[in-house]
Ligand binder design. Structure first.
Ligand code: 5GP
Ligand code: MG
Ligand code: MG
Length: 180
């Protein structure tokens, strides 16, 4: 891929992971999910907005019977602590006794996924796993077991393929990283 530079808001980004590589890795994940969830009719929960492209490209390559639903996480400041708590919005499906697979754009500190898993487990699913497009293992602050990772990256800020920088960049077909 020719290195390309783009400017988003005040920052410069350059091409990092091309669409072909993303799709190749997603295809492998889909094959793994087909094997692991054969006969289990999983419920895929895609976390909006960031996972919209990942969810689409992954799930059209999954061929076992499955359900798909979309949730959003709203951050609000907990009155009792300084930590941010994320509220799950839009989950109308009954997850009790279901095999749930959360679809995320990126796991950074793991704070978001950790909180989401806690809330989902309270609803009594048969199992919960996480499939993420990107993961920054060096940044992880929770003992999370993220079973399905399309691609691990170092601690660089990235945009594209669903990921935004202050609202822009989600539509880009490749992933770009910030030029430091
Ligand atoms: P965590 O809670 O794991 O620290 O962060 C997860 C959220 O932070 C992601 O869902 C995403 O919205 C945002 N995030 C973390 N790293 C990046 C990054 O490199 N690029 C973008 N665009 N968002 C990021
Ligand atoms: Mg996310
Ligand atoms: Mg964002």
């Amino acid at each position: 891929m020719d290195p390309r530079k783009i400017k988003i808001h005040d920052c410069e980004f350059s091409t990092y992971i091309c669409e072909e590589e993303i799709i190749a890795r997603i295809t492998m994940l889909a094959e793994q999910l087909d094997k692991d969830y054969d006969g289990k009719q999983p419920l895929f929960l895609a976390v909006l907005n960031g996972s919209f492209m990942f969810a689409s490209d992954l799930l059209k390559r999954v061929s076992i019977p499955c359900e798909v639903a979309f949730i959003r996480l709203a951050s609000y400041q907990d009155m009792q602590s300084t930590g941010k708590v994320k509220e799950v919005l839009g989950l109308t499906e009954d997850v009790q006794h279901r095999h749930v697979v959360v679809l995320e754009d990126i796991v950074d500190t793991g704070h978001t996924v950790h909180g989401l898993l806690q809330q989902l487990r309270e609803r009594g699913p048969a199992s919960v796993e996480v499939a993420t497009l990107l993961m920054k293992p060096d940044c992880l602050q929770h003992p999370l077991d993220v079973k399905y990772v399309a691609r691990s990256i170092p601690n660089d800020f990235v945009v594209g393929y669903g990921l935004d920088y202050n609202g822009l960049g989600r539509n880009l077909r490749d992933i770009y990283k910030i030029v430091s």
